[in-house]
Design a protein around this ligand. Structure first.
Ligand code: ADP
Ligand code: MG
Length: 288
């Protein structure tokens, strides 16, 4: 069960004087869900962009199933890697179904143009594609909205649709950049189930996430990027217990962490201590 799907070796990305990603070695194996976390500006999205051919890494190589990938997004998609973006990128004025159909055709440039321009042969030739697209919409729970315009979907459903569109290219590896950004807790829970279901279809998943509970629940392995370098990698338990990770995040509130509730608790305890001065224990002084 340790067949590598994705292998990054010594990936470095510089922007002028800034090294956003520094000599990162990174592997995703078949059947795995891997989390990539790190404070804002750590280089996570840049690293994703190096994996998907959007950026040509300054140094290093990226391989998919043993073959080095050319740094061209459509060739990377064709090879079997699909992705979603931190900021939703859908065709707002296309329907839900059409967005998924376009996803199927990002495998080839010709197919993409044919889907976008909807040439005469398009409809007929696409019956099989449409069936497959509908299967995907069933899978993510949006089949009933097939004819809605993407821009009219609530935010959480737009994120789901993006995942369906990415899956339409029939990837062996799916990269998700902050899939729960902007979601409410119920939507986040549903996305968790969705990611497990995707993995159960035999698609390996690499996800960038800010929501720690989400990422630690889901991931077989978590890698922590700090200032462009891979600081720690391991199971959720190992990473959560690592002091270097905690230190790297200090000053950056964990999203999804009960930070506010905790602060309220401390305040309440302080108020209680003031009300009854005999209490000796103090919650003060432990800066968070
Ligand atoms: N296209 C770019 N040109 C110059 N600097 C960039 C570019 N993209 C990202 N950076 C810089 O690289 C660093 C890492 O950014 P990013 O990969 O977006 O971090 P993360 O996704 O972990 O928040 C940041 O300092 C950011 O400003
Ligand atoms: Mg990012």
């Amino acid at each position: 069960m340790t067949t590598p799907v994705l292998e990054a070796r010594g990936v470095t990305m510089r922007f002028g004087g800034l090294t956003a990603v520094r000599s990162v070695d990174f592997t995703v194996n078949a059947g795995e869900i891997v989390g990539l976390i790190g404070p804002n500006g750590a280089g996570k999205t840049t690293f994703f962009n190096c994996l998907t051919g959007l950026y040509v890494p300054t140094e290093g190589t990226v391989s998919y199933k043993g073959t080095v990938l050319p740094p061209k997004p459509h060739l990377v998609t064709q090879a079997g890697i699909a992705r979603t973006f931190q900021n939703i990128r859908l065709f707002a004025n296309m329907t839900v179904l059409e967005n998924v159909l376009v996803g199927r055709h990002t495998r080839t440039k010709e197919g993409l143009w044919s889907a976008l321009l909807r040439g005469p042969g398009f409809k007929k030739a696409e019956r099989a594609s449409e069936e497959r697209a509908m299967e995907l919409l069933e899978f993510i729970g949006l089949a009933h909205k097939r004819d809605h315009l993407a821009r009219n979907l609530p935010y959480g459903e737009q994120r789901k649709l993006e995942i369906a569109r990415a899956m339409a290219s029939e990837p062996g590896l799916l990269l998700l950049d902050e899939p729960t950004a902007g979601m409410n807790p119920q939507e986040t829970r549903a996305t968790e189930e969705l990611v497990f279901a995707i993995r159960d279809k035999g698609i390996a998943v690499l996800l960038i996430e800010h929501d720690m509970r989400f990422v630690f629940n889901l991931s077989d392995r978590v890698a922590v990027l700090v200032q462009g370098e891979k600081l720690v990698e391991g199971t959720s338990d190992v990473v959560q217990a690592d002091e270097r990770v905690i230190a790297a995040y200090l000053g950056e509130p964990f999203e999804g962490d009960p930070g506010e509730a905790e602060a309220a608790e401390v305040e309440a305890a302080e108020a209680a201590a003031e009300a009854s001065p005999s209490t000796t224990s103090s919650t003060k002084g432990e800066a968070k």
